[in-house]
Design a protein around this ligand. Structure first.
Ligand code: ADP
Ligand code: ZN
Ligand code: MG
Length: 476
């Protein structure tokens, strides 16, 4: 029997803000000290009162528009009750029953993955299990947290992974979350079921939690799909349950059954007022939304004629994309359309390679876009060869000097004077009789050696293609 998979995602992302959601404590995910950013409010001392922080609410509004959702008019916070040691109040304040965001989508490889809703809540503390005891750190207690829930419209592990990657990119572009999976700033849960291909009714779903990498999202879904298929093939039933992903064994493991599910007894948080999202500065927030990844992709392909793989590299790294655009606009002024791909190659492989090896960011980079364009133009106009270009780039990288000046000072222009090239070729031929004989006897590669010798003689400033041509003409 042929089956199709049905997958829905629930993604949590910690929102960036100076302060926590309901108190004045710092929201600092990089704090290494334990229980440093805590106060009576986020430690749930009796008699304390929460006050809502405006910034994360504004972030939710931005996310809504970036995802093409419908923003709620009025909303309120509720209490979601359950017991856990890292939840000192015994409840979590959440807007879950009254979401901020309704509908909307994330576009992944030309498919629109529909969002069901998005809400704002507070994060819990963290438990550290050691041996037979557990330690609790409340630095994270009360950190603003967004939860986004998709409709069950994802069809494969790779699609789920791509959804998470794209959502991460959007959150980063918006500047609302660093969404680092390894740091727990973004956490994904998946719901998986399968059904025969011609069925309309969904199968029993299983939820997988604690996925802390994109790879784990993809692999755990693939594993579950196969596990469900095997069960159904043997006429067994899939049990509705929560499973975890065992990174080492590469399999999912049962954690708890649906019967153990919590009844959270939601009720409105009496210490926070209902509020109207229309009272926020919606227009300003909309204007704050930068060009988003999907728009950037389209524009880069149209404007620069880059391939989609090239565009993906630029879209993933906004500093790189900005530098590319700054240099490209200089190139445009010179009307050298064909050079965008060459610019891309020098930027992504040569310059970025250097930057990575020396751990230099674009902010620290000494090469201005103007100078980088000049280097590209020197190459494109055949003033210098690619070998010399590498050395010039290295100089520019070290001291930020102007490539045109370097080339002039050091006399690095490519030798294109036919007379000089011919003299050199003749000299090399006279010095390498044996190799010339080899070439005459059909050893094609011998010519490369001769060109290499001529390049050496010309201190790397010859044009290898031209030299090869002249050699072929001379050796008859
Ligand atoms: P629950 O009541 O168990 O919380 P919801 O309807 O709220 O379930 O959905 C939670 C998540 O599970 C959503 O992302 C949704 O898309 C997904 N989901 C719902 N039904 C299925 C199904 N049969 N198979 C896979 N995912 C599903
Ligand atoms: Zn606090
Ligand atoms: Mg639900």
């Amino acid at each position: 029997m042929k089956y199709k998979a049905v997958i829905g995602m629930e993604v949590h992302a910690e929102l960036k803000s100076e302060r926590k959601m309901f108190c004045g404590c710092l929201n600092n995910p990089d704090e290494v000290g334990v229980n440093v950013n805590v106060c009576p409010v986020c430690l749930a001392h009796p008699g304390t009162l929460p006050v809502a922080n405006r910034k994360p609410i504004e972030s939710m509004i931005k996310i809504n528009f970036a995802l093409h959702g419908r923003l709620a008019d009025k909303t309120k916070f509720s209490r979601k009750n359950y017991f856990y040691p890292d939840l000192p109040k015994g409840y979590q304040i959440t807007s879950q029953p009254d979401p901020f965001i309704f509908g909307g989508y994330v576009e992944v490889d030309e498919k629109k993955i529909a969002i069901d809703h998005g809400h704002l809540e507070e994060d819990t503390g963290t438990s550290i299990h050691e041996g037979d005891y557990t330690l609790v750190n409340f630095n994270r207690s009360g950190v603003p947290l967004m939860e986004l829930v998709t409709e069950p419209v994802i069809e494969s592990g790779i699609e789920a992974r791509r959804f998470c990657e794209e959502l991460q990119l959007i959150l980063r572009y918006l500047g609302v979350s660093d969404a680092n999976m390894e740091k727990g700033e973004m956490r994904c849960e998946v719901n998986v079921s399968i059904m025969p291909e011609d069925f309309k009714e969904f199968g029993t779903k299983v939820e997988i939690k604690n996925l802390n990498s994109f790879r784990a999202v993809e692999k755990s879904i693939n594993y579950e799909i196969e596990r469900h298929k095997a069960l159904l093939e043997q006429s067994e039933k899939v049990i509705q349950e929560t499973r975890g992903w065992d990174e080492i064994k590469n399999k999912t493991v049962a954690q708890r059954k649906k019967e153990d599910a919590h009844d959270y007894r939601y009720f409105p948080e009496p210490d926070l007022p209902e509020f109207d999202l229309r009272d926020f500065e919606i227009e300003r927030l909309k204007n704050d939304i930068p060009e988003l990844p999907s728009e950037k992709r389209k524009r880069f392909i149209e404007e620069y004629g880059l391939s989609s793989d090239q565009v993906e590299v630029l879209v993933f790294d906004r500093d790189l994309a900005n530098y590319f655009e700054q240099t490209a606009s200089e190139l445009k002024a010179d009307f050298v359309q064909a050079s965008f791909s060459s610019l891309y190659n020098y930027l992504v492989s040569d310059l970025r390679g250097l930057m990575k090896s020396q751990n230099i960011s674009f902010e620290e980079l000494k090469i201005t876009p103007e100078n980088f364009v000049d280097l590209i133009l020197l190459i494109e106009k055949n003033v210098i060869g690619s070998r010399v270009a590498k050395n010039v780039l290295l100089r520019m990288f070290k001291d930020g000097s102007d490539p045109v000046a370097i080339v002039k000072e050091e006399g690095l222009e490519q030798v294109s004077d036919e007379g000089e090239l011919l003299t050199t070729v003749k000299k090399i031929i006279s010095l390498n009789n044996a190799v010339v004989e080899d070439y005459k006897n059909g050893k094609e590669k011998a010519i490369k050696f001769l060109v290499g010798q001529a390049m050496k003689e010309l201190k790397g400033k010859g044009d290898p293609l031209k030299l090869e041509e002249i050699f072929k003409g001379e050796i008859k």
